[in-house]
Design a protein around this ligand. Structure first.
Ligand code: ZN
Length: 269
């Protein structure tokens, strides 16, 4: 349970305070906050509440969305990412997950170039704040408008283009990358390069009825999570396993029962 972290969006009906209280009571080791958790609150107060409850703050979700059609749009995004870094620092979150962005109709290669430039523009700010950045490759079904980074290899290429700074790495989310024939090699490479910054788990349901909000609980889908977890840990990764499930079905449940199901599924892994 020490290595179990839950993303607050997994229990979206709960307030920030309820997430902290219920996760802590259930013996969950860590918490990843989403930015909406900070609305109307002081990030440093939220961070203190979580630490007082015995929770390790794993990351803040999410920054990114760097591509834009105009320079002004891209600058707005850079400014927002700097704000996100400031929030993470105040919260005491050592890492920000980047959903990198894409613009429908714009070539993916151009979006990846803008993503690289966007990360380069905020990297010094992140380093000064002591906050690391993790590029999260997203499943190709999101390549139109959510991320032009769709494989671990593409994430590595961006890290390489940035000169492999220690502050920029990769968030490996099984939902997005389980199908990749290069997955083990790319996880191994991330370990060698010191780039494996985060590990997210959930499952892929058949059929998936909603492209965004029908993720499965670990064990109910087709992802071989134990095998991928073994590969991840085989690199020396000792971080938390972060449960991140967007699901209209599970958000409609009693959230205490849902949390108990998550913990049971995690223990069975
Ligand atoms: Zn994720």
């Amino acid at each position: 349970m020490n290595r179990l972290c839950i993303h607050t969006i997994t229990t979206k009906p709960w307030t920030t305070e309820q997430c902290i209280e219920r996760y802590s009571k259930a013996g969950v080791g860590g918490i990843t906050f989403w930015r909406y958790n900070l609305d109307g609150r002081s990030p440093s107060t939220v961070g203190q509440q979580a630490r007082d409850a015995g929770l390790q703050i794993v990351s803040l979700c999410r920054g990114g969305f760097f591509p834009g059609k105009t320079a002004a749009e891209r600058q707005t995004s850079i400014d927002d990412n700097k704000l996100c870094i400031d929030q993470a620092q105040a919260l005491g979150a050592p890492l920000i997950v980047l959903v990198c962005g894409a613009v429908p109709g714009q070539p993916l290669s151009e979006s990846r170039k803008q993503i690289t430039e966007g990360i380069a523009a905020v990297q010094a700010h992140a380093e000064a704040a002591g906050v690391r950045l993790a590029i999260e490759p997203l499943h190709p079904m999101y390549a139109d408008d959510r991320s032009a980074v769709n494989t671990m290899r593409q994430a590595h290429e961006i890290c390489d283009a940035l000169g492999s700074p220690a502050s920029v790495g990769i968030a490996a989310d099984v939902y997005h990358i389980w199908w990749d024939p290069e997955l083990k090699a790319m996880i191994d490479l991330a370990g060698e390069k010191g780039r494996l910054h985060a590990y997210h788990i959930c499952d892929w349901k058949t059929p998936t009825t909603d492209l965004l909000n029908d993720r499965g609980l670990m064990g109910e889908g087709c992802i071989n999570i134990p095998e991928i977890t073994q590969w991840v840990d085989g690199t020396g990764f000792a971080g938390l396993r972060e449960v991140e499930i967007f699901s209209h079905k599970y958000w409609a449940m009693d959230q205490d029962e849902w949390l108990a199901s998550i913990i049971n599924a995690y223990k069975r892994l």
